[in-house]
Design a protein around this ligand. Structure first.
Ligand code: G3H
Ligand code: 13P
Ligand code: ZN
Length: 322
């Protein structure tokens, strides 16, 4: 069942985080639905501009509607990830999306506010909620590469002003993470103090709680990188991501949506590299595809345990029905 992103946030806020997984193809969708049903978790399907181009947005929509029929117990929202203004309007007008992200974080504060507000006004007339970004993550997102020295944490004082002026429904905040496989060298912690200050300032500003979204949340497991390299890959072995044990403490402070893409790509790469290394005479894509679907489902179920969303399906179902 497709629900609004707001319905998921209502149950999750302050208790657990909803996994927002980027999807590009059928195998990922089968594993995604299988893993979420297996771990009894609500979830968010994220479609990026790149995914909508790669698979064709109509193909993605048709596959998601079909998966909904194959897995009738699943409860999920459909979200546009890192949209520009034009793509946001396309998704809002399509009638298919639960929410959109307008990412104008590379603009100055006033221009970010102006663009975001236009999207919020149009989305709200159709009952669609809007995620907006303030602050800048390092790494690569869509066509924009932000190097680490230009990345900046969200300013909690500006955050309240931004929420007030735009009316956005959730805030993608820069709290120390970055996109892609090469986030950090060595161990690095989330900036919990920034999450806390945003939450407190929102309250002090007389606003209702605003769910915070964490982008760049992949954990880039060392074991995955090592297996890929042992099967012919050449990933930097010092690559590190977010400590999965920090997902839940962040969720308790208001991080309600956790975006994960890179870790899923690592699962795909590991499965296919190992399969063709071990079966050099093979050329059928279905045997590794089948392994990938199962491995991706296991991966999703594991993430949901760490996010605290595993086992929350019945609570969401009850809330949606009430
Ligand atoms: O933040 C970006 C996401 O990981 C989506 O990546 O634009 O390559 O689909 P993509
Ligand atoms: P990762 O690159 O850490 O998976 O982040 C994905 C993301 O933020 C999608 O919006
Ligand atoms: Zn992102």
């Amino acid at each position: 069942m497709i629900v609004t992103t707001a319905q998921l946030y209502k149950v999750a806020y302050g208790k657990f985080a909803v996994g927002a997984y980027n999807i590009n193809n059928m195998e990922q969708l089968l594993g995604l639905f299988g893993g979420n049903v297996q771990s009894r978790a609500p979830f968010i399907i994220q479609l990026s501009k790149g995914a909508r181009k790669y698979a064709d947005k109509r193909m993605l929509e048709a596959m998601i509607r079909t998966a909904e029929q194959i897995f009738p117990e699943a409860i999920f929202a459909v979200h546009l990830d890192h949209g520009d203004e034009e793509t946001c309007y396309d998704c809002i007008d399509s009638g298919f999306y639960s929410s959109v992200m307008i990412d104008a974080s590379h603009e100055g504060f006033d221009e970010n506010v102006a663009i975001t507000k236009r999207v919020v006004d149009r989305a709200h007339t159709k009952g669609i909620s809007v995620e907006a970004e303030l602050g800048m993550l390092g790494g690569v997102e869509e066509d924009i590469k932000v190097d680490e020295k230009h990345a900046c944490l969200t300013n909690p004082v500006e955050a309240v002003e931004f929420i007030k002026q735009t009316g956005c429904d959730s805030l993608a905040a820069a709290i120390g993470t970055s996109h892609g496989a090469y986030k950090f060298k060595g161990q690095q912690s989330l900036h919990f103090e920034v999450i806390e200050q945003i939450r407190d300032n929102v309250k002090a500003g007389g606003l209702p709680p605003v769910p915070i979204v964490m982008h760049g949340s992949s954990s880039v497991p060392i074991s995955e990188v090592e297996r890929i390299n042992a099967a012919g890959g050449k990933l930097d072995p010092s690559a590190r991501g977010v400590n999965e044990e920090e997902y839940l403490p962040a969720a308790k402070l208001g991080v309600t949506k956790v975006n994960i893409d890179t870790d899923g790509r690592l699962v795909w790469t590991r499965v296919h590299r190992e399969y063709f290394r071990d079966h050099p005479a093979e050329f059928d894509f279905r045997p590794p595809g089948k392994i990938f679907v199962q491995e991706y489902a296991n991966f999703i179920a594991h993430k949901n345990e760490k996010l605290g969303s595993a086992g929350q399906l019945d609570a969401v179902r009850a809330s949606v029905a009430s």
